[in-house]
Write a new protein. Structure first.
Length: 435
């Protein structure tokens, strides 16, 4: 049975100050339930979802933070495990404390909030056509912490964080790993992280030390799907192999849009389509972002407003480095390196491509060109496509026209094909070092 908080008994030793401290400590002490102890007796054998839900349900009655302790073992369930408010799930460690979802279920449903989930490994038994490892769409949840959680094969979505109605807030993710026991993850059909939707807003997401590795680019269609989110801060995110890396506002039809996304030290490697895609979002900032071996390094698309890149490293992508699409409004690249994009010899590839209709773009202090050790060469440093692009500033960049690499360097430093004169379109190209 669960233990209960005790009170300080008369006659026990200690000064008045000691007694006061102990009373406070005991007042806030958590109550603990052990899966494997009576009356639950979860053995880690077969389908034990009913027993595990009994333990979680009892923990939710406490009214304060109760800990559900999960010893080493493998725990399978064909029904969703429902986590009430104020319940903390703590596994022995993230490698040998395993939860297995049987069928198209949400393995964990967090329905009320104020929860912590830590030190566990989760996996679906077979490839899902629906369902998630962690589902936050069944209640008005907030203040959720995930720490040292490892996700393995076969889920449709990893974290599905959209809330039930209104606003979902206060989501914390630290030391999250998408990697199975026997290597990189396989057989995802949705996304690793889903935040928000066109009708459900998320306010306050913190990401720290997130690592994801898929077995092939087809095994993770999308790593991050972010829509209708207010304030998302992240640091130290590494993603390898997938279809798309970080997608912001891609399917957002809400009036508020995604705003205030700032990711620092993020790496997208080998995404078959795109490293980053930003659409219908405001005030998006990427600091020290890396994209390599992707289709396009990054695409800033329709209705994106003020997308900023600070010291990015965008290199060796198959088409363009960073591409500003039509109707994108505002943004900049400050510093960093954009080199050796367009390994596809049949395409025109640019370090920075500004498509017709993009406006208010600044490119300042960037090395845009070809490195000396690559045979694949981007054909343009900066290409402003034919059409109506306005308010473009390209200044103080280093853009080599001739390289010293092993292959032919075809880079044209800056090509402005915008219709009308530079004065009419307010296109300024000045003080660049064309080496």
């Amino acid at each position: 049975m669960p233990s209960t908080p005790r009170t300080w008994a008369e006659g026990e030793k200690g000064t008045a100050a000691d007694l006061n401290k102990i009373e406070i400590a005991l007042k806030w002490a958590s109550v603990m339930i052990n899966f494997k102890e009576a009356p639950f007796n979860v053995k880690g054998e077969g389908d034990e979802g009913v027993k595990m839900n009994e333990a979680l349900s009892l923990a939710g009655i406490g009214g304060e933070e109760w800990v559900v302790w999960v010893p080493l073992g493998t725990y399978s369930t064909s029904i969703s495990l429902k986590v009430p408010a104020e319940v903390r799930i703590m596994g022995a460690n993230e490698h040998n404390c395993r939860f297995i979802a049987k069928g198209n279920i949400d393995l964990f449903q967090l329905t009320e909030g104020n929860n912590r989930v830590e030190n566990i490994y989760v996996e679906a038994e077979t490839k899902q056509t629906s369902g998630s490892a962690f589902d936050l769409s069944h209640g008005a949840v907030d203040d959720i912490h995930f720490c040292q959680v490892k996700l393995g094969h076969n889920f449709f979505n990893g974290f599905y964080c959209v809330g039930a109605t209104g606003e979902l807030g206060g989501l914390h993710f630290r030391e999250i790993h998408f990697k199975a026991w026997n290597g990189a993850v396989k057989n995802y059909s949705g996304a690793a992280f889903v935040f928000g939707s066109s009708t459900r807003r998320v306010a306050g997401v913190w990401l720290n030390d997130i690592h994801g590795q898929a077995n092939t680019t087809a095994d993770m269609p999308r790593w991050f799907e972010i829509n209708n989110v207010d304030s998302c801060l992240g640091t130290n995110v590494g993603l390898q192999f997938g279809g798309e890396g970080v997608c912001v506002g891609n399917s957002d039809t809400s009036a508020l849009k995604t705003t205030g996304l700032h990711l620092t030290n993020i790496w997208c490697d080998s995404m078959s389509l795109l490293g980053y895609k930003v659409e219908k979002a405001r005030d998006t900032v990427f600091t020290d972002a890396n994209a390599q071996n992707c289709g396009d390094g990054a695409f800033i698309g329709p209705e994106a407003i003020q997308t900023r890149w600070i010291s990015p490293t965008i290199q060796a992508n198959k088409r363009h480095g960073i591409r500003w699409g039509p109707t994108s409004l505002g943004g900049s690249i400050n510093g960093g390196v954009i080199t050796d994009n367009n390994s596809n010899a049949e395409a025109i590839g640019a370090g920075v491509l500004i498509e017709a209709g993009a406006s208010k773009v600044k490119i300042v202090g960037v090395d845009i060109g070809n490195m000396m050790f690559y045979a694949e060469k981007q054909t343009h440093g900066v290409l402003i496509e034919k059409g109506k692009s306005k308010n473009i500033l390209v200044t103080a960049n280093r853009i080599p026209e001739k390289g010293t690499g092993t292959g032919e360097n075809k880079t044209k430093a800056i090509v402005n094909e915008a219709e009308g004169t530079e004065a009419e379109n307010k296109v300024e190209i000045k003080n660049n070092l064309l080496a």
